[in-house]
Structures are given as structure tokens and as C-alpha cells.
Design a protein around this ligand. Structure first.
Ligand SMILES: NC(=O)c1ccc[n+]([C@@H]2O[C@H](COP(=O)([O-])OP(=O)(O)OC[C@H]3O[C@@H](n4cnc5c(N)ncnc54)[C@H](OP(=O)(O)O)[C@@H]3O)[C@@H](O)[C@H]2O)c1
Length: 395
């Protein structure tokens, strides 16, 4: 199926035919290890944006599953089973040079750059998908999977929730919003390249991601962990920054691990080919229920935990006076990152929790197609905080 209103029409070729995917859908379990080890069935993943909150979860999952992994970013890292590739997605020459000798069979596109306007987001982020896939015209790509998000339904940051919102829970077949949106541009570039180059595609519309990264643009887990650390160290209240609607209403989130699992499933199972899919954990919660639980996981004393009262209290304003205390807190606890701007993305958590509309996401489509991944959101946060503690990013 085409993502709604996207063009050109990818249904012109049977999306599940062996010649498009390079795999035989009647063959045994496509995820069996013998297809990822050696020989003609070997799978090589190119993770684009591999150091990000989504990309790093993919690298971990693919490595654990025995894939050969190429990890592309501007500042790449190499680790056992993973070969870093340095390239700038905004420089087509750099991409062509870096990828000329590579032969990935599967592409996982998770990179993005935040620009000041949506027009620039479209030019830059749509262009990065186009140029990356063009630089792989020589490669035996079978499938390319793209991460986008619920702004597909909500509209871009500069027109967030301004149009007529689709009814919740959001379903994949909703028509596009009339507002220009870089996710639509990326989908269109993906589908066009799939048609030209003969691979299958999938799009993964994620809600707010719970995951592990440092120095990235949007990271609610680390942001809340830093807020809690400042509250504990400086004797501040741990104040919910968001709206009354978010405090009281139902919502959901996306663990980076379950997102990675869905992308790998769609890339390797014919039922996942040529479709957009929502991806959330599978449970729903209210922030008024979750906030004190997260505080307890972050060891904030119960008498410092403060919920919504009267109006949103954005972190950008709440925390501005205390950011300068972070280097001393880091030194006191032997933390590895003294620069708070690489840890906390206040603006993003403010935008996310400040929404004055209900955001709940339907998971029926990929479940019906065979993807049954699930996470408990509170546990995903607890596991993430434990990992940041072990990494000495928070005390
Ligand atoms: N984070 C969330 O909560 C969230 C929620 C919903 C949807 N999404 C969507 O998910 C997608 C992925 O976002 P993310 O949050 O996973 O990203 P991220 O954590 O900010 O990571 C971005 C990755 O892209 C790489 N990158 C950026 N610019 C590059 C360039 N010019 N050349 C090469 N590599 C480049 C970065 O590495 P270098 O800087 O080293 O190059 C990094 O590896 C985006 O479309 C985002 O809107 C995210």
C-alpha cells in the first residue's frame, strides 16, 4: 500500500514478489540465523543515523540477531560486529564516496536534523533520504525502512495540532494533514526510490521515544532524569512541566527497542513490505499515574513530587536558573558528561508533555500483519534510568 496520498504508486509491482525483495516468501523462517551468517542469503544492514536514540537501538538488536552491521553517521563508532561509516547526509559527494564499495541488503533510515522552519526541514530531511538512497543505486538493497513519527497526524512543530486532528487512536490510513511536513517528503522520497531501484519499503510512525543516546535532539528519558537529579541535589520540587490534558488524559509511548524490532520485522517479513505502520509500546497510561512512579525510579523524595496545577510550567523556564549547577553535580558524583546541553532536551519534553490534545495510537495494523512486540512503558523508563546510571550519566 502507498502511504496515504504519497506518489508515485508503489503498487505497480507486486510488493511481495520474490524478484522485488530478493527473497522467496515460501522459504523457511526468513529470520533464521543461516540467512544472516554467510553465503548468498547473508544480510547486511546499513543503519543511517546509527548513533541516535533510534539508530543505536537498531544497531544493538541487529548485532544481537547476528547481522553484519554498517553504522553511518558524521561521527561514527565501530564496535564488535559493527563497522562505522563516516558520511554527511547533506553532502551527496561524501555519501557516494563512503558507500561506493558497500553492499547493504537492508537500509534502516533513522537520521534527521532539526531546522528552524518546516520548509527547511523538508528540503534538508527529504534530501537526506533521497541522496542516501541514490548513493546505493549500485547495491543489492532488498528493503529500506524509515522512521518518522506521530507528527504525521499532528502536523509539524511549527503547526502542531493546528489542523483538524484525526480522531484518536490514530490509524495509518488517515489522510495527510494539509500542512507541509518533512515526514511526507521523506515518505515520498522513499517510495519513489523503491519504485526506481526495485526494493520494498516500510515507514514506522513512532510516538515519543524512550531510548539511549547522548547529545541527540529529542530525549525525554534523559531529560527527566536530569530534571530529577537537579531536584534532588538542589532541593527543588520535581514539577510536571506539561498540560492538564496530558496530566489527566490517556497516552502512550515508544520504547526504542520495540521500534527496532518492528523495523526489522517489516524488513524481513513479506507482510511488512510496502506499508506504513504505527509503533507504540502497546500499553496506555495517564501522566498523573506515571509521574510519581518515574519520580520513585529516579529516587526523588515523594514530598518533592508536584503534578499539574493551574498551568503548564515548561522545563526551559523551570530549569534555566539551575543549569549552571550541573558541572559541579557531575564532578561530585563522578559523572562523565559535564555539559547539560548534551543531556537535557527541555524544548522537546516541553512540546511533548505540553500538548493540549489527546495522543493515542492504534497498533492493530502491524499486529494483524504478525508483529506482536510489546513493552510496559514504566518498565522501559526504569530500565533506561538504570542504564544511564550504569553509564555514569546520572548519579
Ligand atoms: N526522539 C524521539 O522522541 C522521536 C519521537 C518520534 C519520532 N522521532 C523521529 O525519529 C527520527 C529519528 O530521530 P531520532 O530522535 O532517533 O534522532 P537522533 O537521536 O537525533 O539521531 C540522529 C542521528 O542522525 C545522525 N545525523 C544527523 N545529521 C546527519 C548528517 N548530516 N549526516 C549523517 N548523519 C547525521 C546523527 O549522528 P551525527 O550527529 O554523528 O551525524 C545521529 O546518529 C526523526 O524523524 C524524528 O523526528 C523521534
Amino acid at each position: 500500500m502507498n502511504p496515504t496520498n504519497a506518489s508515485p504508486d508503489p503498487t505497480s509491482t507486486d510488493p511481495t514478489s520474490p524478484d522485488r525483495t530478493g527473497t522467496d516468501p515460501t522459504s523457511p523462517d526468513p529470520t533464521s540465523p543461516d540467512r544472516t551468517s554467510t553465503g548468498p542469503g547473508r544480510r547486511t544492514a546499513l543503519v543511517v543515523g546509527a548513533s541516535g536514540i533510534t539508530g543505536s537501538a537498531l544497531v544493538e538488536q541487529l548485532t544481537a540477531d547476528g547481522w553484519e552491521v554498517l553504522a553511518l553517521s558524521r561521527r561514527p563508532a565501530t564496535s564488535p560486529g559493527v563497522r562505522g561509516i563516516a558520511a554527511d547526509l547533506r553532502d551527496p559527494d561524501s555519501l557516494r564516496a563512503a558507500l561506493a564499495a558497500e553492499a547493504p541488503t537492508h537500509v534502516f533510515f533513522t537520521a534527521w536534523q532539526r531546522m528552524p522552519t518546516e520548509a527547511e526541514n523538508i528540503a534538508v530531511n527529504g534530501g537526506m533520504v533521497r541522496d542516501l538512497l541514490a548513493a546505493l543505486a549500485h547495491a543489492p538493497v532488498q528493503h529500506a525502512a524509515l522512521v518518522t513519527g506521530l507528527k504525521h497526524y499532528l502536523g509539524p512543530f511549527e503547526a502542531y495540532g493546528e489542523g483538524t486532528m484525526p480522531d484518536t487512536p490514530f490509524h495509518e490510513e488517515e489522510p495527510r494533514q494539509p500542512t507541509p511536513n518533512f515526514y511526507y517528503a521523506q515518505e515520498d522520497e522513499l517510495v519513489a526510490a523503491a519504485g526506481r531501484q526495485g526494493f520494498t519499503w516500510s515507514v514506522h510512525r513512532s510516538h515519543t521515544v524512550i531510548g539511549h543516546a547522548v547529545g541527540n535532539a529529542m530525549n525525554i528519558g534523559l531529560t527527566l532524569a536530569v530534571q530529577a537529579t537537579l531536584a534532588k541535589e538542589l532541593g527543588l520540587p520535581f514539577v510536571f512541566p506539561g498540560s492538564e490534558t496530558q496530566w489527566n488524559g490517556l497516552t502512550d509511548m515508544t520504547d526504542a527497542g520495540v521500534l527496532a524490532e518492528q523495523m526489522i520485522w517489516a524488513s524481513t517479513d513479506p507482510a511488512g513490505a510496502d506499508e506504513p505502520f504505527n509503533i507504540v509500546n502497546g500499553d496506555v497510561f495517564r501522566w498523573r499515574w506515571m509521574w510519581p512512579r518515574l519520580a520513585a525510579h529516579l529516587e526523588v523524595p515523594a514530598d518533592r513530587v508536584v503534578g499539574f496545577a493551574g498551568e503548564p510550567r515548561p522545563l526551559e523556564q523551570q530549569m534555566a536558573a539551575y543549569e549552571s549547577e550541573w558541572p559541579a553535580i557531575a564532578a561530585k558524583h563522578g559523572l562523565v558528561e559535564p555539559d547539560i546541553s548534551r543531556l537535557a532536551s527541555w524544548w522537546h519534553t516541553d512540546a511533548d508533555l505540553g500538548r493540549d490534545l489527546e495522543v493515542v495510537t492504534d497498533m492493530g495494523k502491524s499486529r494483524a500483519a504478525g508483529f506482536t512486540g510489546y513493552r510496559r512503558t514504566e518498565q522501559a523508563f526504569a530500565d533506561l534510568f538504570a542504564r544511564y546510571r550504569a553509564d555514569r550519566l546520572i548519579p
